[in-house]
Design a protein around this ligand. Structure first.
Ligand SMILES: [Zn+2]
Ligand SMILES: [Zn+2]
Length: 304
């Protein structure tokens, strides 16, 4: 079972190439799936990567540029054909619903499941959704239209019971939940066995930040401070900095500067402009600033 994985379905930018697909990723937290952005063809890429459709209940859209959302109609139609019946929630700027409602009225009549839209304010850093396993927050970005990234924060897990110790002290099963909540065990003779002798702390919760299309935006640094993995767009190389500024995108070097200032564990770059046949110069430019940088690629699976 996956603990906390990031699956890269596509990491190209708007203009199609034979090398990359449009942006989409799937966060897999212990077999619960959360999609981030939905460029064209995600349902095909999910098949390619053997990702189970039934486990997907939430989609997070960063902004209304086609390379981040044109895959929604195809994916929803596929889910309908597969006989889905549980609710699907699409989080994103309010225009996601404006785009999708008429499309669904035309093509997705008789859908057996509910599609719910959760409009979010992309200018605000706030809680977007939470369930038992994680909390998701918006990260306001600076692009040509309202855009936000998403911060996935795993919740604190329960401590592990040390089975040999609970056997040794003959702790009854009904005590196990109390032990997980940090209580000491009191034997029938009244002896107190400290909780630390019976449990082992769970691994610290992990955090993943997805920063979609954006100009250099240092205001995100405090929000993403110390995340285990940061995905940051790096559309351009340094020689194309004027073009990056003009289109509200980042260079690989700028992505690395954000990663360094935010003390992240690792940096993953993507959203490469179609103009680069080879993206190794982008990697080199980023690594010069932040050595723990990786290039995103289709079908890549990263464990946090
Ligand atoms: Zn884009
Ligand atoms: Zn964009």
């Amino acid at each position: 079972m996956a603990e906390f994985n990031i699956n890269i379905l596509g990491c190209g930018s708007a203009l199609p190439t034979t090398r990359h697909l449009a942006t989409s990723q799937i966060v897999d937290l212990r077999d619960k799936l959360y999609m981030i952005d939905c460029g064209e063809g995600t349902q095909i890429q999910m098949r390619n990567m053997r990702i189970r459709f039934g486990r997907l209940n939430h989609i997070f859209i960063s902004h209304l540029h086609g390379d981040h959302c044109f895959g929604l109609p195809g994916l929803i139609s596929t889910l309908g054909m597969l006989g889905r019946n549980g609710e699907l929630v699409i989080h994103g700027p309010k225009e996601v619903e404006t785009f999708m409602r008429p499309v669904m009225d035309l093509f997705c009549r008789g859908l057996e499941f509910e599609v719910r839209f959760n409009p979010i304010n992309t200018y605000e850093h706030s809680l977007v959704m939470e369930d038992r396993s994680l909390s998701v927050y918006s990260i306001p970005l600076k692009h040509r239209i309202p855009t936000c990234g998403y911060l996935f924060e795993e919740k604190q897990k329960e401590p592990h019971i040390i089975r040999e110790m609970t056997d040794f002290y003959q702790v009854p099963v009904r005590w196990m939940q109390a032990l997980k909540q940090g209580k000491d065990y009191i034997t029938s003779e009244g002896e107190i066995i400290p909780n630390s002798r019976l449990t082992r702390p769970a691994t610290p919760p992990k955090r993943y930040a997805f920063c979609s299309d954006t100009a250099y935006c240092p205001s995100i640094i405090p929000i993403i401070e110390g995340v285990d993995l940061l995905y940051h767009e790096a559309t351009f190389a340094e020689c194309d900095l004027p073009r990056a500024k003009e289109t509200f995108h980042s260079t690989a070097r700028q992505a690395a500067e954000i990663a360094r200032a935010a003390h992240v564990g690792k940096l993953l770059i993507g959203h490469y402009s179609a103009r680069y046949e080879d993206v190794t110069p982008l990697l080199q430019e980023a690594k010069a600033i932040f050595p723990q940088t990786m290039l995103a690629n289709e079908r890549m699976v990263l464990s946090l």
